[in-house]
Design a protein. Structure first.
Lengths: 303, 343, 368
């Protein structure tokens, strides 16, 4: 009952990914598909991601994203023309939300894309090497961990400019620490597994041990954490924008939009609520996906 | 002296497949096991992993619910006991497990752990402390052990505590599930010697479950060999070891590493089985041993053998359908004194 | 045997650990040798120090918590003097280890084929850094050559259906197949010395027997020495040329296999052999009273004396010296020196004494 019952030539593919591994992925996919919440989470995230990628093509008024003004049309409540209404400058909020997702997901990509590899690498080395290497790396990690991200962002923003790029840098420079911690713990405990010792005894190079013995066995918890983190990154970015340190107007940062709209509550509620809901939706999607992945891996571990 | 202490008739325990919509067949852990044990006797139940031997014990003592069959204790039907019966059973039938550590609460002193079954079976308070002391002494541990914690004891000492705990309620039947498998040889010998002593002293009946054939040889009066949920051969221990009939028994005996020349004589010539024990959900058709049996014929795949009465014992092998010579014929040798009839 | 230097020579090996209750010598002055082409077993019960000895030989002990003294010479080279990378290279090249539990010796997230091919590609160059690793791993000629070697070896260990096993994960295989897989993995580097820790002890008896006969065949075919660690004396007897009996961190006795089982000299060995249940139905002795010594508070003098049916005061004062019983046999017991003066431990006598002893009330502190 495996994919190999299909009759096309898979030998090329077989070299890269073995049939046994594909079978395993297929089974995981089935199990995942049986968890309604996980699927919903996945759908939400994927839908938002697609929307973000194709924003210029699917947003109703792409020209209204940035510094556009149409005061005649400002403060319009949700209607057929403008499903999310218009804001104080007359811009279509739905369009801005879609582009806002772009920024949010970009933030996630940069922060995790930088933070995770750096953190995981450091953690692997620290966990496997032990001794003073471990101590030095972990003390550095601890130092960074002690800094609250928002405070650091504040500091950096006041030293430099309060823009999105600065915010991204601030967050990324702290995010790797969690991964270093987590990976180091995993690597340290895995190092005493017999198959790692067997590899050492057989003459494996350190590179092999880190990347072929330790890392693959760490992937599941890391993947779960990264997925759940994505939501937190979005929230952190939105929070920074909310207090004015992230995305600067007229750019369509979701947090910025929420901040902007608070002064018009409760009368023109749509200006804050829709961006706020957008944030909520994305974060919830990541959380559901992350929980689903965790449940999936837990079952597999038990088996 | 009335009938046997424990009687099991056609006992079955099937575990349904997991998952709501699974179409997997149930795992037939125990599939038609029958035996009886008389007072003061020991029945050795031998089997490898997957044979179902532990499940038999757990079903008897009602850890698992019986799927089918009958269990009788001193003539009384205890197959699916009601609550009232359970309480009575607990003071008559006790189980000693394999892993001495997992049966003792690490946060309780030995004394507390020993008091638990006494409280549960309603032994009067005034008697309890005395009984605990007595039992501990009987298993060779003195008073100082009362206030110790399990982690302060060695494996052998912990197992003695488990035996003491089982004895404390004065049972008549002990189910021993691999009681010495986790222990070193020298400690095992002491525990076995202890078990022998208390058996005579307290008139106990034992169901002794193990995978160690040499142990059964020394300890059990009757032996039953299990494979994939069924008893393949059953009878008096010395007869079985002197003249093993069932191919599975023969194969087991031929694979034990022994430590002396004389013992080599008790091993049949190497008759190894092919492959490994299949899972309980992949039962072979016909005779369950046939895919691995060196003597299998086509018939073996098609017919499921009953237990055939062969002189001194029961053998579940088609070759014995017509008596003892069948197997010799199968092995290609003409049995002594019979006409040759080709094969 | 031959006058050639032994393949493995361990001299005065001691291993100690700093524990909660103080410093403890888990292994104390162990001497053992393995010649070329020999099968040697270290046999002993729980807590005798055989596993720690093995770890000291293979270098798997972390030296800060452990303190190791003594020499471990492999083919003339003192392994303990070698720098780490050289030791690893030597290990990878000429010594192989099989651990007790096949399932935990295999990486669960890779197929047998992937793991064993990786192993086949180790060695030789040692640690060549990331680029070297990538080059070797992804060079398809290297990889397919290695894969062929793995398949050959799987056939040699009589693995059923090797092609499909290559493509399976460890959790999908049966116990016997996993055991064969790790044996194959150990043989990939053509070791001179194979160290086997309780091989097959996790398996059913019938499968275990097949694995043992596989090992016998491999020994015959290859010019390989084996150092086996086990608690099962029957297995020791089946495979070994010589046996070392360990107790309390020391070697109690050693002799060629036949001699150890027919005429054991040390009271502990005798007690052990007497306690083994016999297929012939002879009654067992009632075991050896007392328990294995605590590391942190071992008995003075002879480690076995609190449990020994021949012990007297002299046993408490000095460690017994080795008494030779032949070129390769020696036993460390004071009683051997007795001639006409007192009883010389014989198997019969020891059996009698052990059976005769009242089941002693085990004293909590006492048996020291």
């Amino acid at each position: 009952m495996s994919i190999d019952t299909l009759s096309f030539d898979t030998s090329g593919l077989d070299r890269i990914v073995s049939p046994a591994r594909r079978e395993l992925w297929y089974r995981s996919y089935r199990r995942f598909a049986n968890q309604p919440m996980s699927v919903i989470g996945l759908v939400i995230v994927v839908a938002i991601a697609l929307a973000a990628v194709f924003a210029p093509y699917i947003a109703p008024y792409p020209e209204q994203v940035g510094s556009f003004t149409d005061f005649a049309n400002a403060y319009q409540p949700p209607s057929l023309d403008h499903p999310f209404g218009t804001d104080s400058a007359g811009r279509d909020i739905l369009t801005r939300v879609i582009f806002g997702y772009r920024i949010a997901l970009l933030l996630v990509a940069v922060v995790l894309g930088l933070g995770v590899p750096v953190g995981v690498m450091l953690g692997l080395v620290a966990g496997y090497a032990g001794g003073w290497v471990d101590t030095i790396i972990m003390r550095i990690t601890d130092t960074f961990l002690a800094l609250p991200p928002l405070v650091l962002a504040l500091a950096i923003a006041s030293a430099f400019e309060p823009t999105l790029e600065v915010a991204m840098f601030a967050i990324a420079s702290l995010w790797w620490t969690w991964y270093a911690r987590l990976t180091r713990g995993l690597a340290a405990s895995l190092s005493s597994e017999e198959y790692v010792q067997a590899a050492e005894l057989a003459g494996a190079s350190t590179t092999h041990i880190l990347f072929r013995e330790l890392l693959p066995n760490c992937l599941s918890p890391l993947l779960v954490k990264a997925t759940l983190d994505a939501g937190i990154v979005v929230l952190t970015g939105a929070s920074l924008s909310f207090i004015g340190l992230g995305v600067q107007p007229p750019r369509p940062g979701l947090g910025t939009m929420v901040a902007n709209g608070t002064q018009y509550l409760p009368a023109e509620w749509w200006i804050s609520i829709f961006p706020g809901f957008a944030i909520f939706l994305l974060v919830m999607g990541f959380n559901m996906l992350g929980d689903g992945l965790r449940d999936l891996f837990d079952v597999e571990v038990e088996q | 002296m009335s009938g046997p202490v424990l009687e099991v008739e056609d006992l079955k325990k099937h575990f349904p497949a997991e998952g709501l919509f699974s179409s997997d067949p149930p795992a037939k852990a125990v599939d038609g096991v029958s035996f009886s044990i008389d007072e003061g006797e020991t029945l050795g139940l031998i089997g490898e992993s997957g044979s179902g031997k532990s499940t038999v014990a757990k079903t008897i003592i009602d850890i698992h619910e019986t799927t089918d069959g009958l269990i009788r204790f001193n003539g009384q039907d205890i197959t699916n006991p009601i609550r009232q019966q359970l309480a009575e059973m607990r003071s008559e039938i006790q189980l000693v497990f394999q892993d001495p550590t997992s049966c003792l609460n690490p946060r309780r002193t030995i004394r507390k752990s020993l008091l638990v079954p006494l409280k549960a079976t309603g032994v009067p308070r005034s008697e309890r402390e005395q009984r605990v002391r007595q039992m501990l002494e009987r298993v060779g541990l003195n008073d100082e052990y009362l206030y110790k914690y399990p982690h302060e004891l060695s494996g052998g000492q912990k197992q003695r505590v488990n035996i003491a705990r089982a004895l404390a309620v004065e049972p008549s039947l002990l189910l021993l599930d691999e009681p010495t498998s986790a222990l070193d040889v020298s400690v095992q010998a002491k525990i076995i010697s202890l078990l022998e002593d208390i058996q005579t002293e307290f008139d106990l009946t034992y169901l002794f479950i193990t995978h160690d054939l040499s142990l059964v040889r020394n300890f059990a009066d009757e032996t039953a060999v299990m494979y994939l949920g069924e008893i393949q051969e059953q009878g008096p221990t010395d007869r079985i070891f002197e003249n093993p009939r069932h191919p599975y028994t023969r194969s087991l005996l031929s694979s034990i590493p022994v430590t002396s020349q004389q013992e080599e004589a008790y091993k049949p010539d190497s008759e190894s089985l092919d492959g490994e024990v299949p899972g309980a959900r992949n039962m072979p058709s016909g005779c369950r041993l046939h895919p691995r049996c060196p003597h299998a014929t086509e018939d073996c795949a098609m017919r499921h053998p009953e237990q055939y009465d062969v002189q001194d014992r029961d053998v579940r092998c088609i070759a014995y359908e017509d008596g003892a010579e069948g197997f010799e014929r199968l092995r290609g040798r003409r049995p002594v004194g019979s006409e040759s009839d080709g094969s | 045997m031959s006058d050639a230097a032994p393949l493995l020579s361990v001299r005065d090996l001691s291993v100690g650990f700093e524990g909660f209750d103080g410093y403890a010598d888990v292994v104390d002055g162990v001497d053992l040798t393995v010649e070329h082409g020999e099968v040697v077993t270290i046999a002993g019960e729980t807590g005798c120090g055989k596993s720690v000895t093995t770890k000291a030989i293979t270098g798997l002990l972390n030296e800060p918590p452990a303190r190791v003294d003594g020499t471990v010479e492999f083919d003339g080279q003192d392994l303990r003097e070698l720098p780490d990378t050289e030791r690893r290279a030597l290990n990878g090249d000429r010594i192989s280890v099989i651990f007790q539990n096949p399932l935990s010796s295999l990486n669960p997230v890779f197929t047998i084929g992937e793991q064993l091919t990786d192993t086949a590609q180790f060695g030789g160059e040692g640690d060549t850094g990331i680029l070297g690793y990538l080059r070797r791993r992804y060079s398809s000629t290297d990889r397919s050559a290695a894969r062929e070697r793995v398949l050959d070896l799987l056939e040699e260990v009589r693995m059923p259906d090797p092609e499909s096993v290559m493509d399976s994960y460890p959790s999908e295989l049966s116990g016997g197949m996993r055991q064969r897989a790790i044996i194959a993995q150990a043989l990939l580097n053509e070791p001179d010395l194979l160290i086997a820790d309780e091989p097959g002890s996790a398996l059913d008896v019938t499968v275990h027997d097949e694995i043992l006969s596989l090992l016998e065949d491999l020994i015959a075919k290859r010019d390989m020495s084996i150092l086996m660690i086990t608690h099962n004396l029957g297995v020791a007897r089946q495979l070994s040329d010589r046996v070392y009996i360990m107790y309390g961190g020391r070697i109690a006795e050693t002799a060629p296999t036949a001699e150890i089982f027919d005429t054991p000299h040390h009271p502990y060995t005798q007690g052990l052999i007497a306690s083994i249940p016999r297929l012939s139905g002879e009654s067992m002795a009632g075991g050896i009273g007392g328990s294995v010594p605590e590391y942190t508070d071992p008995p003075m003098g002879c480690r076995f004396h609190p449990r020994c049916p021949y012990a007297d005061d002299s046993c408490r004062f000095s460690e017994p010296a080795d008494v030779s019983f032949g070129e390769q046999a020696r036993s460390a017991c004071v009683r051997h020196a007795d001639g006409d003066g007192g009883p010389v431990p014989t198997l019969q006598e020891t059996k009698r004494r052990l059976s005769e002893n009242e089941p002693t009330l085990e004293r909590a502190e006492g048996d020291r």
